[in-house]
Design a protein around this ligand. Structure first.
Ligand code: C5P
Length: 227
């Protein structure tokens, strides 16, 4: 069977990572969550006081970029890789609403994007990879054999994210999550460098009314047509 590259892009909380993990498991491919990489950089910026509620010292962040080491390590118990920042497992802190509120501003910085894109392209040299994000089919792997673009209404996505955060014990309201989802949609689609757009050859899937299993089956058939 031929090994391919699968690029999954779309708005926040569209279930990209759930689908990507299912595909990677089924196909025995590597899964890469590029959002985790941008989140880790945002977390680093927060910890070093480069970004806060009313300030963002982009210059300091750009200067500190060579000191940021990102690595995915596979966790066999969980069945997927976790994000490490300078040797520390940051899976938990990078998923907070606070990091979510800064990450799109950090992701606008071209120097951050080029560093992460380079690392992502290296991870895909041998194909057999499922990568999700915002610019995978357009910038990271423009030649990917399969490109999926996922959408769902902002309210559906906010409800999913809210349920997830509540389960983790995060003290947020649905309104805060909806506001964050809408703000990130705006910033991600309006930034100058690599904005979130649908690649010409991507297949769009609106999963507002599809179950995880239905969505997985639809995409698996698309994969089987190629490999
Ligand atoms: O996928 P996730 O919602 O965790 O991504 C967090 C943020 O990282 C996005 O809202 C976006 O600003 C940024 N991002 C990006 N390019 C990617 C992946 C994520 O700009 N490839």
């Amino acid at each position: 069977m031929k090994k391919i590259t699968i690029a999954i892009d779309g708005f926040s909380s569209t279930g990209k990572s759930t689908l990507a993990k299912q595909l990677a498991k089924q196909l025995e491919y590597v899964y890469v969550d590029t959002g985790a990489m941008y989140r880790a950089v945002a977390y680093f910026a927060m910890q070093n006081q480069y970004i806060g509620a009313d300030f963002f010292d982009k210059k300091a962040l750009i200067e500190a970029l060579p000191k940021i080491q990102l690595e995915f390590k596979f966790n066999a118990d969980l069945g997927f890789a976790e994000m490490y920042l300078n040797g520390e497992n940051v899976e938990k802190p990078i998923r907070t609403i606070e990091v979510s509120s800064f990450v799109s501003k950090v992701a606008e910085v071209s120097e951050v994007r080029s560093k992460l894109v380079e690392q992502q392209q290296e991870m895909g040299t041998n194909k057999a990879i499922v990568m999700d994000g915002r610019d995978i089919g357009t910038v990271v792997f423009p030649d990917a054999e399969l490109k999926i673009f996922m959408t769902a209404t902002a309210e559906t996505r906010a409800q999913r994210r809210f349920d997830e955060l509540q389960q983790k014990g995060d003290n947020v309201t649905y309104e805060e999550v909806l506001k964050n989802v809408q703000e990130r949609d705006y910033l991600d689609t309006h930034r100058e460098d690599s904005p979130l757009v649908i690649a010409k050859d991507a297949i769009e899937i609106d999963n507002s009314y599809l179950s995880k299993e239905e969505q997985f089956q639809v995409v698996l058939e698309l994969v089987e047509d190629i490999v």
